[in-house]
Design a protein around this ligand. Structure first.
Ligand SMILES: [Fe+2]
Ligand SMILES: [Fe+2]
Length: 484
């Protein structure tokens, strides 16, 4: 790309980001605080401003949703970890209404943006379910009547979209991750709204992850470092799915078994959709009555899953994951829910329990304001082998994530900080993973190439050594961005 083209691309990236941000935030604030709220008014202003600026650079343009990505014309908008929620959110808002593209054919003013957003927000689920083309026609008719230069286009069938073959595997793994978050959000939201559950989409997205797991395991594991406080449940569901798949893979499960395990893991906290939001999002400790309500989520999950039409083996595995993930391996130690006799969890429940605990411990949540570093979580979990967890499975899990799991921030002997990007292939060298140094010796963030700490240099000396893990939040470093 030549310099002027490069500059234009950077400008479109920045303006596109602003358009997505204002589009998403404004829809959300209008819905929760109404049209006359100060934030809604400001959002509309920003929307007008961003769309008109893009128009002045490109002329008529389209904002397109393609699976989980957003494009301005054919430029894919890049996003950092923080912006990901907005991008996901807007893609979901548009796709759930059957909309695939918004075409901006001329300059907009605030009246035009208001009318456009209003026509989108009017869409009902029934309208989409009956015929999404009606939604598109209704919005376009309204825009024409009011001479507003905006047009929408129906979302394309996923099969019509350009295939992933041109995308490199890393990109595909990232795409699969975000798609899984979207699907987890859709399934859990429909459970929350008491709608009939359909695990077909979940199965499709997990099958894709199983394929990618074979070659891009570390990219997927790296994605689990993404922190999204607002969407904790959806990201947690996908992370638990990824850790369960990685463990299942080491146990030699077949692809079919892995797919079922992955979907089951993704659904393990389904029952939380029935826990009142005030308890789920309460800051600080829960009182004993609230803990009792929270502890009902495994049974609530089974109750939701049992409502599904046609109880397949996939549904049963999902019920096991939901019911058993807080039970202890040792039947003499109480977990929850209370069970009779000396109940021993199924292997699916035992795997999901390990994946669940690891992700929960290493993520900051409302009631655990501080996350534990990945290596400390692992040490705690290993000590629980034979008690809380299956001793063999937890050892295999510890081995697969390594002494310094992918996504851990570490301090190197050279004084640099680095992010662990891949475990060493040789399990005897698990303390020497691949790392990407991210700061210089003075602690200033600088881009550097990844190094394999297990490969000695020409004079036999190792390239660097890990001294210890560092809490990424305490040093203010967002590890996830190095996997994006
Ligand atoms: Fe749970
Ligand atoms: Fe969980």
């Amino acid at each position: 790309m030549n310099a002027p083209a490069q500059n234009q691309n950077a400008e479109i990236q920045a303006l596109g980001y602003e358009l997505v941000r204002s589009f998403h935030v404004t829809m959300r604030t209008i819905r929760s605080h109404g049209w006359s709220n100060e934030a809604s008014l400001q959002g509309i202003e920003s929307f007008v401003d961003a769309s008109n600026k893009i128009l002045s650079v490109l002329g008529e343009f389209g904002l397109h949703v393609n699976s989980e990505f957003l494009f301005v014309n054919d430029v894919r908008l890049k996003v950092d970890a923080l912006g990901r929620t907005m991008f996901d959110g807007l893609a979901f808002e548009l796709q759930s209404r059957g909309l695939g593209s918004v075409l901006f054919d001329g300059e907009l003013n605030r009246r035009g943006v208001e009318a456009f957003l209003e026509s989108i927000l009017l869409t009902t689920e029934d309208e989409v379910a009956q015929d999404p083309q009606n939604v598109v026609d209704r919005i376009n008719r309204a825009m024409k009547q009011k001479t507003i230069p905006v047009e929408v286009i129906i979302v394309k069938d996923e099969n019509d979209l350009p295939s992933d073959v041109d995308m490199d595997r890393k990109e595909r793994a990232k795409k699969a991750f975000f798609k899984a978050v979207t699907v987890a959000r859709a399934v859990l939201t429909s459970a929350h709204l008491n709608k009939r559950l359909n695990l077909r989409r979940a199965k499709r997205v997990v099958q894709n992850m199983v394929d990618l797991m074979m070659e891009e395991e570390f990219t997927l594991m790296g994605m689990t470092t993404l922190k999204d406080y607002d969407n904790y449940t959806f990201y947690h569901s996908v992370n638990v799915c990824i850790f369960s798949l990685a463990l299942g893979k080491r146990l030699g499960l077949s692809k079919v078994q892995l797919s079922e395990l992955g979907v089951a893991a993704m659904m393990h906290d389904m029952g939380k959709t029935k826990v009142p939001i005030e308890i789920l999002q309460k800051r600080g400790m829960l009182d004993s009555a609230e803990i009792q309500v929270m502890k009902r989520h495994p049974e609530a999950g089974v109750r939701e899953l049992v409502k599904m039409r046609g109880l397949s083996s996939l549904a049963f595995k999902s019920m096991m994951a939901a019911f058993e993930h807080h039970l202890n391996y040792n039947p003499d130690l109480p977990g929850y829910p209370a069970v009779r006799n000396r109940f021993k969890p199924h292997v699916v429940g035992r795997i999901v329990a390990i994946a669940d605990c690891f992700d929960a411990m290493t993520t900051k949540r409302c009631y655990t304001p501080k996350a534990v570093t990945r290596d400390k979580a692992l040490a705690f979990m290993l000590a629980q082998g034979g008690k809380k967890f299956d001793p063999v499975l937890v050892k295999i899990f510890a081995n697969l994530v390594g002494v310094f799991p992918v996504g851990t921030l570490v301090k190197l002997k050279s004084g640099r900080l680095a992010v662990v990007t891949e475990a060493s292939e040789d399990s005897t060298l698990c303390h020497r993973p691949h790392v990407k140094p991210i700061t210089n010796r003075q602690g200033i963030e600088v881009e550097q190439a990844e190094i394999d700490l297990s490969i000695p240099g020409p004079n036999g000396s190792v390239p660097d050594e890990i001294l210890c893990a560092v809490d990424d939040e305490s040093v203010g470093i967002d590890v996830a961005k190095y996997f994006m």
